[in-house]
Design a protein around this ligand. Structure first.
Ligand SMILES: [Zn+2]
Length: 170
């Protein structure tokens, strides 16, 4: 734990972002594998159900055999996993954008604190950077955030990517 409220705030948000990422990673679609041969027995797959077997990820059912075959997590990932849901994909992208904004906030904050320290050491007539510099830097951070946020919906018909000249990276 820390006495610094900003550090505590950032740590708190990081923790929630980690949780959101973990939830999103579990939201996956099931691939359409109807009538494809079962990876266990080769009979046509009829459907699937959750596994009751320890260590199994799912059960592939067959016509006339509703219990079917138990698949390990690796077998299920190779056979039945259809990738993240569209909602999960958006949440994962959003988590990355939130993390990058948090990182930019931290970077700007420590640069400002470092500057304030050095300015105090050198006296007030020898200011290294003024507050106005941080307003400009803060605006650039927010501009990058806005473009990254928009890129989450890059598949939307109204989406327009940033021109290379408007958004310097980092
Ligand atoms: Zn089978």
């Amino acid at each position: 734990m820390t006495d610094d409220p900003t550090a505590a705030l950032i740590a708190f948000i990081r923790g929630r972002l980690d949780e959101r990422e973990q939830r999103a990673q579990r939201q996956r679609r099931v691939r359409d594998f109807y009538r494809e041969p079962c990876p266990r027995c080769g009979r046509p797959a009829d459907g699937f159900g959750s596994a009751i077997d320890e260590g199994a990820a799912a059960r592939i059912t067959h016509q006339g055999d509703p219990l079917g075959c138990a698949l390990t997590a690796e077998e299920w990932a190779a056979f039945g996993d259809g990738g993240p849901t569209p909602e999960a994909t958006a949440q994962l992208r959003e988590t990355e954008v939130d993390r990058s904004l948090l990182q930019e906030y931290q970077n700007l904050l420590s640069a400002q604190q470092e500057n304030a320290r050095e300015t105090a050491e050198q006296g007030e007539h020898d200011t290294l950077r003024g507050e106005a510099d941080y307003i400009a830097a803060g605006l650039r951070v927010l501009e990058r955030w806005a473009w990254r946020k928009a890129a989450i919906w890059a598949d939307h018909p109204d989406y327009q990517p940033a021109a290379d000249t408007t958004i310097p990276e980092s």
